[in-house]
Ligand binder design. Structure first.
Ligand SMILES: [Mg+2]
Length: 215
């Protein structure tokens, strides 16, 4: 059976404005100026501490990184009620199911918060696995994707990862799964296109393209 691994933030949920708001709360906590969505898309990378290095063009001492990470998550959690599902998320999940494929969520967001959020939106029973981050603040996704596929016990060649960030494409490349990038906000479109995988404007288009990547 083929399988879709969904990213959560910026993919199934449309949270870019809240992410930028949370980054700005974090920056304020270390006395730095606010940014806008353009700045975020221009500089975002993983590991996330490197995002702040790129953005501020200076080293980030550990104590600042801990403050940035803590304040970001605190602010993000206060805004959960304002974060909508992406416009065609349900339609895209329906389309995967209609094809007879299984699907799961792999996020670098904290697992407890992720699971509660997915459940609250009624999507938990649609997913064979919901996996977040337990111990790797701001880390890269590749090792997590490997663990995800091992838990699912699926062949990497039957898997399509759908995410919105270059780190999703990098993880897929390391693990050997197909990947489609949805233009959901983490990066400028031209940067997504540099990743060398299909880029789509909608999640339903991504599911449509997925069928061409696995057989
Ligand atoms: Mg994402």
């Amino acid at each position: 059976m083929n399988h879709v691994v969904w990213d959560w933030n910026g993919t199934l949920v449309d949270d870019l404005p809240i992410v930028v708001e949370s980054v700005n709360a974090a920056l304020a906590a270390i006395g730095e100026a606010a940014i806008d969505e353009h700045d975020y898309r221009e500089h975002f990378t993983r590991p996330v501490d490197q995002f702040y290095v790129r953005l501020l063009e200076r080293p980030i001492p550990d104590e600042e990184w801990f403050a940035l990470d803590r304040v970001f998550h605190e602010r993000y959690l206060t805004a959960l009620d304002r974060i909508p599902l992406t416009g065609d998320a349900i339609e895209a999940i329906d389309a995967v199911e209609a094809r007879g494929w299984s699907q799961s969520i792999l996020s670098m967001w904290w697992e407890e918060d992720l699971t509660a959020c997915v459940e609250r939106r009624g999507l938990a029973e649609r997913m064979t696995l919901i996996q977040g981050n337990r111990d790797d603040a701001g880390g890269e996704k590749a090792a997590h994707l490997l663990r995800h596929l091992t838990k699912l016990d699926v062949d990497a060649a039957s898997v399509v990862m759908i995410g919105d960030s270059l780190d999703d494409a990098a993880a897929a490349s390391v693990v050997g799964t197909a990947c489609i990038l949805y233009d959901g906000g983490s990066h400028h479109r031209t940067h997504l296109e540099d990743a060398g995988v299909p880029v789509t404007d909608t999640l339903t288009a991504a599911v449509f393209v997925a069928a061409e990547l696995v057989r």
